[in-house]
Design a protein around this ligand. Sequence first.
Ligand code: IYT
Ligand code: CU
Ligand code: CU
Length: 365
Amino acid sequence: MPRISEVTVSVGFLLLISLISVDGLVKGGNYQNSVYQRNLDTNSATGTTASFPFLMPNVSPQTLDLYLCTPIKVDPTTTYYIVGFNPNATMNTAHHMLLYGCGEPGTTKTTWNCGEMNRASKEESASPCAPHAHSQIIYAWARDAQRLNLPEGVGFKVGKNSPTKYLVLQVHYAHIDKFKDGSTDDSGVFLDYTEEPRKKLAGTLLLGTDGMIPAMKTEHLETACEVNEPKVLHPFAYRVHTHGLGKVVSGYRVRTNSEGEQEWLQLGKRDPLTPQMFYNVTSRAPIVEGDKIAVRCTLESTRHRITKIGPTNEDEMCNFYLMYYVDNGETLDMKFCFSQGAPYYYWSNPDSGLHNIPHIEASTL
Ligand code: IYT
Ligand code: CU
Ligand code: CU
């Protein structure tokens, strides 16, 4: 059955976009048909950075609360380091943007509906990255956040020698009134990148839980993992994510001192109903082998039914993204730290290996 498409792509601009995007960092959105071209940035040997406009290809969303994705294929013959993000969006048009590093994109289309939260509309949709492919959030924007530079000398490795073969931009279009007249939008992010090798590589660790929140109760969803790789992590940013029931999400480094006592050092703590961007960590103290990383989400349900962890707005999530860099070598092999969550896993379980658990109050935010 034919249906009205969610997006009208302005074809003239699409051509222009794919011509632009074959230069430098990537092949175009129509990556299947495009031809490689060398980087135009001839200064890369001297360590200067170039800027790649990763923008929506002039789309005109016609569905309320549309999550739209667009991919670029990173030139797989070259290793690139992304060192900064310069957003091109306003909160009048875009509610949020996420930039994913993917092994494979969710589809081979130029744009697609990639909403996780609004499955109510039963429209055809696909996730940003292909199922089971490498998938990582490397940038998040919301509510007129300014540009983000990674710390000095730090970069996200993409392309050759990296599992990130594609970048996928997700834009949440909350308000669509301005598109009624056929206007188009090119929200996105300018990526500052260099080919100069970086010793300090950035990575993200995703901590989260499965589980459920009982009716009319406040529940703690908790997870914790030990770092058991001989690496020194320098945390610098974090992002939290829940749906509507989230009250507070906090993350800690847990280290056992010489007296055998566990010391909890806060990495970040936020009200998840404030804009879900990356914020500076509370403490940049390094995380070393043997340390644990622990996360709690406090969710408060006033619903008369159980709420489960799941993809829609009727469900909940508990996520804490920790962005860090390593001084030398590759980032952690550990990319995720998920637990079963409530009512099975708690920090206070006898077998969790956690002691000296802090009292975490939402009121001290
Ligand atoms: C079940 C759950 O917690 N989903 C999260 C975390 C997640 C992130 C990525 C799961 C997978 C991923 O590939 I990247 I599989 C989740 O969906 N979080 C949302 C985004 O959809 C990523 C968020 O905004 O953090
Ligand atoms: Cu949004
Ligand atoms: Cu979610």
